[in-house]
Write a protein that binds this ligand. Structure first.
Ligand SMILES: Nc1nc2c(ncn2[C@@H]2O[C@H](COP(=O)(O)OP(=O)(O)OP(=O)(O)O)[C@@H](O)[C@H]2O)c(=O)[nH]1
Ligand SMILES: [Mg+2]
Length: 136
């Protein structure tokens, strides 16, 4: 079954949205394969967002995801990667549709509640950063 990597960012944890966000994924029918609350190391944060290294927002993005605990998880289900991306809404929450996580709970591009792998290849790269022992 297709797997994806999802992270509830520090703003999502601070706003008390952990249950709400997980509930949405569960209610949609995705299965939780693994889940934990952690503080990222700088190395993990830079690795997760390595494709954005060198961009003007990279430093701000990395510092933001280091600003508090996050919840990382592996979800599985048919088309899990795209299903999660659609449920998240657009990167800039100002453009996100109501009914999406970002469209319902965020307004700022940095503080946009949730990360989701953007392809199956990204999921395969991101999952082992946080779940080394998981058989994927
Ligand atoms: N300030 C600023 N932040 C940006 C910009 N583009 C992306 N970001 C931030 O960097 C994160 C990663 O960017 P992308 O991977 O392109 O967007 P995404 O896939 O919707 O977001 P993630 O699921 O977190 O990876 C976004 O979630 C934003 O918080 C930008 O143009 N300006
Ligand atoms: Mg991305």
């Amino acid at each position: 079954m297709e797997k994806t990597f999802v992270m509830i960012k520090p703003d999502g944890v601070r706003k008390g949205l952990v249950g709400e966000v997980i509930h949405r994924f569960e209610a949609r029918g995705l299965d939780i394969e693994a889940l934990k609350l952690i503080r990222l190391s700088r190395k993990e944060a830079e690795e997760l967002y390595s494709i954005h290294r060198g961009k003007d927002f990279f430093e701000e993005l990395v510092n933001f995801v280091l600003s508090g605990p996050v919840v990382v998880m592996v979800l599985s289900g048919e088309g899990a990667v795209n299903v999660v991306r659609k449920m998240m809404g657009t990167t800039n929450p100002k453009d996100a549709e109501p009914g999406t996580i970002r469209g319902d709970f965020a307004l700022e591009i940095t503080e946009n509640i949730v990360h989701g792998a953007d392809s199956e290849e990204s999921a395969e790269r991101e999952i082992p950063i946080f779940f080394g022992g998981l058989d994927t």
